[in-house]
Design a protein around this ligand. Structure first.
Ligand SMILES: Cc1ncc(COP(=O)(O)O)c(C=O)c1O
Length: 425
């Protein structure tokens, strides 16, 4: 890429950049292709269908966004719904903030409960996973010497809260090491089994780790934990919307997720699930009027709050269903397989995400051999307009690539082409 082009690209993606023509065309094509165009195409898995899905997302000009695990984009329907809600709120602020949208809020809750196969009385609509994990970790009055298990791949948002609220009062945090490339579920279950002691009270774990995209077997670990009277809290930041999450089947006690990643909701909206029988164990992080509510709503009560984003979440769940849950889940696996088939035997690359579908889906990490990962990331961004996340922890030295619904096979071809260029550079 010429220096001039590179400057233009970097300038164009900056704040306040004037949007070039292509952006407008995409908007127009979306207006013609209303979400109803998904209807009647439930069984259509052609690339032309996925191109239509892609057209609903408007990223900065030329940007190839393989960084959904960091933060998702919202499709136009979700942007529009959120903007409409913001305008409505600003038209009559006191009405909509204080009761005018109670029914709409409950409708969104209902949509979320369908998605995760739970009841409306088990879902609180919060801001993000960090908040959910904080709320869970802060709720427990554990005793000095009690133990909480947090594996080494936990995200800081699922670790720091336990350190601050529990470790400081003498609770022991046990940190078992997960294998980077387990061959089967049992390899992971065994790590947790060995970490359990008679003092273990809670296992707090990711559903999908953010480091190398490995899926952890929540169901098997919950069964094992419950046999021993141990509670299981799950950080679902990377699983909600990417893979099937049937919370009744998984059996965990608590689950929290950010809807602004794989559900493509507005930023700053998340969910917290608490099994009905264990809800009394949780306490609100913030207390204000409404804290005596006996329902789960007491956990989402912040007084003035981000209702337009909350309503935008409803549109995001609609979008999910318009494509079809199974189809989205399958698409993640399809893109994963497509990408892996191109790099798995390539001498320039080393995949560092477990291969089996039980153990990974739409997040894959790959090392460009002989390259420092930060240099590889910079090269891809400057030469290929690709955004992805460099992962250095656990000796990964690998690029984390997210294959969300707006990625097409053609994008994957271009990605691999640029990875090859990077390896030769
Ligand atoms: C596994 C995991 N947990 C928690 C978070 C924090 O998410 P949020 O900032 O939306 O709270 C992330 C963000 O990347 C994550 O990957």
């Amino acid at each position: 890429m010429k220096v001039q082009d590179r400057r233009q690209f970097i300038k164009a993606i900056g704040i306040g950049a004037t949007l070039p023509k292509i952006h407008t065309e995409k908007r127009l094509s979306f207006d013609q292709n209303t979400p109803n165009n998904f209807e009647g195409r439930k069984k259509d898995n052609s690339e032309s269908f996925w191109n239509l899905v892609q057209s609903q997302f408007v990223f900065a000009p030329q940007l190839k966004y393989f960084n959904n695990a960091s933060l998702g984009g919202s499709p136009l329907t979700v942007q529009q719904a959120t903007t409409t809600a913001r305008n409505t709120l600003d038209g009559f602020p006191s009405k909509y903030m204080w009761g005018g949208w109670d029914e709409e809020k409950e409708k969104v809750r209902g949509k979320i409960t369908d998605l995760f196969s739970v009841s409306a009385e088990e879902i609180a609509l919060i801001h993000n996973t960090t908040e959910g994990m904080n709320l869970i970790a802060r709720s427990f009055d554990l005793n000095p010497g009690d133990e909480v298990i947090l594996a080494d791949h936990e995200h800081t948002s699922g670790r720091i809260c336990w350190e601050v609220f529990q470790e400081r009062r003498g609770v022991k945090i046990v940190t078992p090491e997960l294998p980077l490339l387990p061959e089967c579920i049992e390899d992971i279950v065994e790590v947790y089994r060995r970490a359990i002691s008679p003092r273990t009270k809670i296992i707090s774990m990711c559903h999908i780790v953010n480091t190398n995209g490995m899926i952890l077997p929540v169901k098997e670990i919950s069964e094992m934990a419950h046999e021993r009277g141990i509670l299981v809290a799950v950080d679902g930041a990377q699983s909600a919307g990417m893979i099937d999450v049937d919370l009744k089947d998984l059996g965990c006690d608590f689950y929290t997720a950010s809807a602004h990643k794989w559900l493509f909701a507005p930023k700053g909206i998340g969910i917290l699930y608490a099994k009905q029988s264990n809800q009394h164990l949780l306490h609100p992080l913030i207390v204000c009027r409404g804290h005596r509510d006996h329902t789960i709503r007491r956990l989402e009560n912040y007084n003035t709050r981000n209702l337009p984003e909350l309503l935008g979440l409803g549109a995001a769940v609609d979008f999910h269903h318009q494509i079809g849950r199974k189809k989205i889940v399958q698409r993640g696996y399809t893109l994963k397989a497509y990408f892996r088939s191109k790099v798995v035997s390539h001498p320039a690359f080393l995949l560092k995400t477990p291969a089996s579908d039980e153990l990974s889906s739409a997040i894959q990490v790959v090392e460009v051999l002989g390259k420092e990962v930060r240099d590889a990331k910079t090269y891809l961004f400057e030469e290929g307009h690709i955004d992805c996340r460099p992962m250095s922890s656990f000796g990964l030295n690998a690029l984390r690539l997210s294959f969300a619904v707006y990625i097409t096979k053609e994008d994957v071809d271009e990605l691999v082409h640029d990875l090859e260029r990077c390896s030769r550079s």
